[in-house]
Design a protein around this ligand. Structure first.
Ligand SMILES: C[S@@+](CC[C@H](N)C(=O)[O-])C[C@H]1O[C@@H](n2cnc3c(N)ncnc32)[C@H](O)[C@@H]1O
Ligand code: SF4
Length: 389
């Protein structure tokens, strides 16, 4: 095929045509929140999305991993939520109108002993399970089961090159396994629907992306294969909380523009890019979702989130309706990533204190929020018990 013919084919792929009508048709099912959907949810104060952590265990050692120790392992005796409590939270989210339950991973979600039971419950409620995975445990049987459970899969895929995959995950043999898992997902047809049910999660670091050539080729591959392109600069948290692994704001803008040009010239897609996400993707989760970590602490998002309350003392509904929670979801997010932007601006506190900064400012001008305060007391009580155990 000549390059002109190839261009014409690319522009006429069904998912590309669908994206010209609605760009969100290129995002992964369950995360394809369009502006009007978010606006309607805001109008009716509806929660659409629950993020929930499963196990903190993980066999890999990605040098850029954003997990902070307070999210999984800082106190050896901290009590994790039981499976019954997690199932109850999923039921609560469903009752509040949620359509998606996502497992972003305090570790490797698929390594959780109750992983399948929990994913099944999401599907039984008629919601979309969205699973982030390194792909390390994703064999043919697991792919089939996820397919039957109507799950969407975000698989770590930093490079087509297995040696780079191994280096980034700190484990020899990882890349071959994970790349094979991605192929199995495609063979099973995860990318045959619109929106697709498969995404690659690729992080852009200065170490492995000197001229961003592979970012461009990964992006093209995604577009041609109807795979959601979750290609992002690092969240400056956990092991990535140091400037040597981060790309600067101007280089993030450069990548966004490079991808925008590819989309416009090769796929006929026009949009205004929004840093930090490439390819026109705009995170809108903060307006419509909550994140519950391993211990029942609730945040607005699973990155460098803002503490909102604790499920051991309040229902999701109460936390959702608290003054501080309403305050932080008032501004329309539409792609803005406070987590990345504020660390690009200043690097200040760390751990839980960083997650409380926003609340401290709110408290100074608006007064206390009893739900946040109750949650903090619960957090401190649990920490004290853990240190004595
Ligand atoms: C924290 S991991 C947990 C799930 C699973 N263990 C995995 O690695 O896919 C979820 C996703 O976040 C990505 N990730 C990890 N650290 C990150 C960082 N500092 N910034 C942006 N994404 C990051 C991972 O590559 C992965 O795709
Ligand atoms: S990014 Fe995922 S796979 Fe890598 S160390 Fe962190 S939790 Fe494990």
């Amino acid at each position: 095929m000549s390059s002109v013919d190839a261009d014409i084919v690319a522009r006429r792929l069904p998912h590309i045509l669908a994206a010209r009508e609605r760009l969100e048709n290129l995002w992964a099912a369950g995360t394809d929140y369009a502006r009007d959907l978010v606006e309607d949810a805001r109008l009716h104060n509806r929660l659409l999305h629950l993020d929930i952590d499963l196990t903190g265990e993980c066999e890999l050692k990605c040098f850029y991993c954003d997990r902070t120790s307070d999210r999984h392992s800082d106190m050896p005796n901290r009590v994790e939520l039981s499976t019954a409590e997690r199932l109850d939270l999923i039921a609560q989210a469903h009752a509040m109108g949620a359509t998606t339950v996502e497992f972003p991973g305090a570790g490797e979600p698929m390594a959780d002993r109750e992983f399948w039971q929990i994913v099944e419950s999401v599907q039984q409620h008629g919601m979309t399970p969205v699973v982030f995975t390194s792909g390390y445990h994703l064999d043919g049987a697991a792919v089939e089961r996820l397919f039957q459970l109507r799950a969407t899969v975000f698989i770590k895929h930093n490079s087509h090159d297995v040696a780079i995959q191994d280096k980034m995950a700190g484990a020899r043999g990882y890349g071959a396994k994970s790349n094979a898992a991605l192929q199995t997902l495609l063979k099973r047809g995860f990318n045959r629907s619109i929106p697709t049910r498969v995404a690659i999660d690729a992080v852009v670091t200065p170490q492995f992306n000197e001229d961003f050539a592979e970012v461009a080729s990964l992006h093209r591959w995604c577009r041609l294969n109807n795979v959601h392109n979750y290609i992002v600069p690092l969240i400056p948290e956990g092991r990535a909380d140091r400037s040597s692994v981060l790309i600067e704001r101007t280089r993030a803008d450069h990548i966004n523009n490079m991808i925008r040009k590819i989309d416009e010239e090769e796929f006929g897609l026009s949009y205004r890019p929004s840093r930090p996400m490439t390819g026109g993707y705009r995170c809108r989760q903060v307006n419509v979702g909550l994140f519950v970590n391993l211990f029942g602490e609730v945040y607005d998002c699973n990155g460098l989130g803002r503490f909102l309350g604790h499920t051991k003392c309040d229902s999701l509904q109460t936390i959702w309706n608290a003054t501080f929670a309403r305050h932080i979801r008032e501004p329309v997010q539409d792609g803005f990533c406070l987590l990345r932007e504020r660390v690009w601006d200043t690097v200040s506190s760390s751990g839980l204190e960083r997650k409380l900064e926003f609340y401290r400012n709110f408290e100074a001008s608006h007064g206390e929020d009893e739900v946040v305060n109750r949650g903090l007391k619960q957090f401190r009580k649990a920490a004290m018990l853990a240190s004595k155990a």
